[in-house]
Design a protein around this ligand. Structure first.
Ligand SMILES: Nc1ncnc2c1ncn2[C@@H]1O[C@H](COP(=O)(O)OP(=O)(O)OP(=O)(O)O)[C@@H](O)[C@H]1O
Length: 271
């Protein structure tokens, strides 16, 4: 790549030197990341390291203390609430907290963004709802209530709702958490299909290395608010750092093991 190309704006989403603290807790420390169009990037990291906080900056749910956030070359961190509503139409999110509305049936849940953000007729909405439910492999369940669905089905309905406005980006926050390996794999396949067949850019936060290995074009490891590894799966797997290797192999670190050992020693010592 020549110098001129490397200076051109790239990426659908960009974080430039983003820092975020809550009181004395420094969660993101000068994080810079670019997310390329049409790619699936997986963000890994221990609990509490700022992965969800990072996702929330992309949709303007949080604003950085320092740094800049861009979506499609538009500066998100300075947008008014009305501008944020506009930008969020292009971003689907499958957040853990983004559960379905229990009082609405599946069809109403999936149609909700269409009612809020479009002027489609009821017939047009019905057609689109049918289409996206088919895409997630759950046709003809519009009349069911969320309580009648399994955990995996609920996630797929939430995904149908996330794609109903035809977004260019989907943010997934731990999409396979709480699902058995087979149901997790259905979600993995859906993420891949949405990416490959519709060209949707995906950013996925997960603890699930099996899922990460299957879906990722690129893996980013966030640790203590900083990026410690960023590369394609092969680079990530061959990375020499202990921290990265522990993630790859799903191993606890020495500090955790020592703390567990000390805890058991105390139990053993009690009469
Ligand atoms: N709105 C907030 N106010 C205060 N503290 C917050 C807020 N949001 C997040 N935090 C804190 O920031 C830290 C990072 O949170 P975050 O949810 O991003 O972690 P995470 O890496 O996604 O963890 P996990 O993998 O467990 O979901 C945590 O210590 C959390 O308590």
């Amino acid at each position: 790549m020549n110098e001129q190309q490397s200076e051109q704006p790239d990426g659908l989403v960009r974080l430039d030197n983003v820092s975020k603290s809550f009181g004395s807790l420094h969660v993101l420390r000068d994080v810079s990341l670019r997310f390329e169009r049409g790619k699936t990037t997986v963000i890994l990291g221990p609990s509490g390291t700022g992965k969800s906080v990072l996702l929330k900056h992309i949709v303007g749910l949080l604003r950085p203390d320092a740094g800049e956030v861009y979506f499609d070359e538009q500066r998100v961190d300075r947008m008014s609430p009305a501008e944020l509503v506009e930008i969020r139409k292009h971003i689907g999110f499958l957040f853990q907290m983004g559960a379905l509305f229990d009082s609405m049936n599946v069809g109403e849940n999936v149609a909700f963004p269409l009612v809020e953000h479009t002027r489609q007729t009821e017939a047009e909405r019905d057609e689109r709802v049918e289409q996206v439910l088919e895409m997630v492999g759950l046709p003809n369940i519009q009349k069911k209530m969320p309580a009648d669905l399994s955990g995996g089905q609920r996630k797929r309905v939430a995904l149908a709702r996330a794609i109903v406005l035809n977004p260019s980006l989907i943010l997934y926050d731990e999409p396979t958490t709480g699902l058995d390996p087979i149901r997790s794999d259905v979600i993995n396949e859906l993420i891949i299909a949405l990416n490959r067949r519709l060209g949707i850019t995906s950013i996925v936060v997960t603890h699930d290395m099996v899922s990460a290995n299957k879906i990722a074009d690129r893996l980013v490891l966030l640790y203590d608010g900083r990026i410690v590894c960023d590369g394609d799966p092969q680079t990530f797997h061959n990375h020499e750092s202990d921290l990265v290797q522990r993630f790859v192999k799903g191993q606890a670190d020495k500090e955790d093991l020592d703390a567990i050992r000390r805890g058991f020693e105390q139990i053993d010592e009690k009469p």
